[in-house]
Design a protein around this ligand. Structure first.
Ligand code: SAM
Length: 383
């Protein structure tokens, strides 16, 4: 889900973009997404809320049995009610249509300007940070074989995915919000900054982001913590290359490495804080558990961790839970449901973290924050 929306910030954009034809196609998709996620979704929600079965389920959900199986069962029953409404089905159809057309229209639109975009990506720039790719790293099947968000070929499937998101999908479609957990009209750049602000201190020397993709969240981290050293990893060479290129253009110093976030190769106790953004719903549950153990290992005692991801079903209204669940089967997000049923706080505690808090910092539970602390070394603990 959320990434790359504003990947080409002011000052980093070339004096070109899509052709008028390419832009018009993307703008049409943006309008469809905006209309479906506002007017049509509101009408579908009203229909759900006013139905007798819907009201019974809303009341049951509010009573709040948070046991995983009970929550899942409520979501499945809510789905049946929602799908009985033609408006809901049409709204979902349009969401799927836009998600597919982002690529069906976006790729030809970028291809019309291939020479320019290729030149933009390749242009020389001053070295500020660093990029370490490792061709020996084999991405696990869940990462390599999923066509995430319906992207043909997955994360690394098209050499110009960077420009596609920065110049086509980002500014013309994603900017309206209204997809996956992102609310209609939401500003995802501001959401990233708000999530980073959940780190409780302002004096971290080194901040790490696993699954950093195209560096959008590093930009937010640098805004809030301009003095901190930044380091991160991702499995996708394409995203890392693109992220490195954008970081260098902005003078943003980041150490990027191609690594699995469950085996970063960073030394023990070498980072003061960890931030994750839009990562956990893209990993199977077991991998998340391994990731939390790895973050615990590389963090210094007393360090803080902040996760920002879609909210759990138990924390949103039952109609919204159905909207979130839909991405699992229809927008190529195989772990979305598992992630919305998970309790990241519990998982962090299993890895050794303490002082867990979980809360929303925006409407409809998003962004959903889970933050925790690695306990101080025994010698440093107050007596
Ligand atoms: C939705 S993107 C979010 C990127 C970035 N955090 C941001 O805020 O824009 C999820 C990222 O997680 C990366 N990823 C997924 N599984 C990973 C793993 N096991 N190790 C490292 N990166 C991973 C993907 O390659 C992708 O770049």
């Amino acid at each position: 889900m959320t990434f790359f929306t504003n990947a080409a910030p002011t000052g980093a954009q070339p004096a070109f973009g899509l052709t008028q034809n390419g832009r018009a196609g993307m703008q049409m998709l943006g309008s469809i997404q905006k209309f479906s996620s506002t007017k049509m979704r509101e009408a579908a929600r009203t229909c759900f809320d006013e139905s007798e079965a819907g009201q019974a389920l809303i009341a049951e959900h509010r009573q709040g049995n948070a046991e995983r199986a009970a929550v899942h069962d409520r979501v499945k029953r809510a789905k049946t009610i929602a799908y009985s409404d033609p408006m809901f089905r049409l709204e979902r159809f349009l969401q799927r249509h836009v998600a597919e057309e982002n690529f069906n229209r976006g790729i030809p639109a970028v291809e019309e300007r291939r020479a320019m975009f290729t030149g933009f990506i390749a242009a020389d720039r001053e070295a500020v940070g660093s990029l370490e790719l490792d061709p020996a790293i084999e991405a696990p099947a869940y990462h390599a074989q999923t066509e995430w968000h319906l992207e043909p070929g997955g994360w690394d499937g098209y050499d110009l995915y960077g420009p596609l998101f920065a110049f086509a999908v980002g500014p013309h479609v994603f900017r309206h919000g209204g997809y996956a957990a992102v609310g209609a009209g939401a500003d995802i750049t501001a959401q990233r900054v708000a999530a980073v602000r959940q780190l409780p201190r302002n004096d971290y020397a080194r901040i790490y982001e696993p699954g950093c993709g195209g560096v959008s969240t590093f930009r937010a981290i640098a805004t809030v913590h301009p003095e901190a050293e930044l380091a991160g990893c991702d499995l996708s060479p394409l995203l890392l290359r693109n992220g490195h290129m954008l970081a260098e253009r902005q003078g943003l110093k980041v150490e990027l490495k191609q690594r699995d976030a469950t085996a970063t190769g960073e030394p023990d106790e070498s980072v003061d804080a960890v931030v994750t953004y839009a990562l956990h719903h893209e990993l199977p549950p077991k991998e998340n558990a391994a990731l939390f153990r790895e973050m615990f290992r590389i963090m210094k005692p007393g360090g803080d961790i902040v996760l920002s991801d879609p909210p759990p079903f138990r924390a949103v209204d039952i109609f919204h839970a159905v909207i979130l669940e839909w991405d699992t089967d229809h927008r190529e997000e195989p772990f979305f449901t598992a992630s919305c049923l998970a309790d990241w706080g519990e998982e962090l505690e299993k890895a050794g973290f303490t002082d867990v808090e979980a809360y929303a910092i925006g409407p409809d539970g998003y962004p959903w924050i889970t933050r925790a602390r690695k306990p101080d070394a025994p010698a440093n603990r107050p007596v």
